[in-house]
Design a protein around this ligand. Structure first.
Ligand code: NAD
Length: 362
């Protein structure tokens, strides 16, 4: 197949990890007989420096016209003045909005070779395979904000439509996996949560009777996620609860450098990025872990291009590279890790060894 992929390297380690991931995608395309065209655009701090705004029109248009978007990371100390008029993160928020993305998927699958990198006991982590689906566009982060000398308030609101569309995405995903969905809310206290629970129950009853749905309060979910993570499969929740739970869940995998994410909407154009930031402390050193970005490419192939075998191929190759102890510094002991490029090359080599292609076309 042919696909146009917009690549937004961004700031800090963003250019390193996206370059590594694009190398993997190019090799995969050659092996499987696809033609991928990569179009690079500025976003974040570098876009402020070059164009005076974090999301130039050309970037948004390029992304809207692409089949999928691969992003590195945005931000860094150079642009971190909280009083600045334009900030790198505004570029990411505007891009999500411009692409109509409302569901953020974060798979967490601790790798057996990296279990010791997690602060959680290894026996609790074996076999964990969770996807958290976080609502991205509503809730308290986007409600009206007030502040005066006596106090401040943040409004939390959700429409039925906003809840329906994200819950439906989570049900669909659950159906492709273990057909088990946990919806997280705070229905004992919040009215938005009571609406969330009603809508989730109705969608489940009417459209997904084959998927087992459970409701869980966010405080107990925070506890269970660490105490018995193996029990969960797909978890869906609103914006702020999702923000907190996904960071908590990331600790199950040990390193931020291993966790991919996908942001999806109704259309096919999805945004794929590692969950980590621009890591200014290691930027420009060529030592960033590229696996999270490479695994984000697997999500891109699966969710935007429908290339399931190819997505599995990338995930198997990353697994094999980790099994072979090809670790960057964040995973290796004593700072003896390999470079970003060496790690990406290891994935490419493992692809040749572990991915069966019916008839090699190259
Ligand atoms: P960070 O994720 O950039 O870094 C946290 C720690 O993890 C650092 O020690 C870093 O070296 C390490 N780390 C992160 N990714 C790594 C990788 N691939 N390989 C090896 N080590 C890695 O978070 P931060 O330091 O809080 O934020 C730095 C900047 O990134 C800030 O400007 C922040 O706003 C921005 N940020 C951007 C995004 C995004 O673009 N989606 C997300 C989070 C933070």
């Amino acid at each position: 197949m042919h696909a146009d992929i917009a690549v937004l390297p961004g700031d800090g380690i963003g250019p390193d990890v996206t370059a590594a991931a694009v190398t993997v995608l190019r090799t995969l395309a050659r092996r499987h007989g696809h033609s991928f065209d990569f179009h690079e655009y500025d976003i974040g701090g570098i876009a402020i420096d070059r164009h005076g705004e974090p999301l130039p029109q050309a970037t948004l248009q390029g992304c809207q016209q692409a089949h999928a978007v691969l992003l590195g990371a945005v931000g860094g100390p150079k642009w971190s003045d909280p009083n600045a008029k334009v900030r790198p993160e505004q570029g990411l928020l505007a891009l999500r909005k411009g692409l109509g993305l409302f569901a953020n998927l974060r798979p967490v699958r601790p790798h057996p070779a990296a279990l010791n990198a997690s602060p959680i006991k290894p026996h609790l982590l074996t076999g964990v395979d969770i996807v958290v689906v976080r609502e991205l566009t509503g809730g308290i982060y986007f409600g009206e904000k007030t502040r005066d000398a006596r106090g401040a308030s943040d409004l939390c609101s959700y429409s039925v439509t906003e809840i329906e569309r994200v819950v439906r995405s989570a049900f669909k995903l659950a159906r492709q996996r273990r057909s088990y969905l946990v919806s997280v809310d705070k229905a004992n206290v919040l009215e938005t949560s009571r609406l969330w629970r009603d809508v989730a129950s109705r969608i489940g009853r009417e459209e997904f009777p084959d998927v087992k749905l459970e409701h869980q309060l966010v405080d107990s979910m925070a506890m269970h996620l660490l105490a018995k993570p193996r029990e969960y499969d797909v978890i869906v929740t609103e914006n702020m609860f999702g923000d907190i739970l996904t960071d908590e869940a990331s600790m199950l995998a040990g390193s931020l450098g291993l966790l991919p994410s996908a942001s999806l909407g109704d259309g096919k154009v999805g945004l794929y990025e590692p969950i980590h930031g621009s890591a200014p402390d290691i930027a420009g050193k060529g030592v960033a872990n590229p696996y999270a970005t490479i695994l984000s490419c697997a999500l891109l192939l699966r969710h935007s291009l429908g290339l399931h075998e190819e997505a599995d191929c990338i995930e198997r190759a990353v697994d094999a590279a980790l099994n072979a102890q090809v670790f960057t510094n964040d995973l290796a002991t004593g700072g003896r890790g390999v470079s970003t490029q060496v790690a990406a090359q290891a994935v490419i080599e493992q692809m040749q060894a572990h991915c069966y292609v019916a008839e090699l076309r190259d």
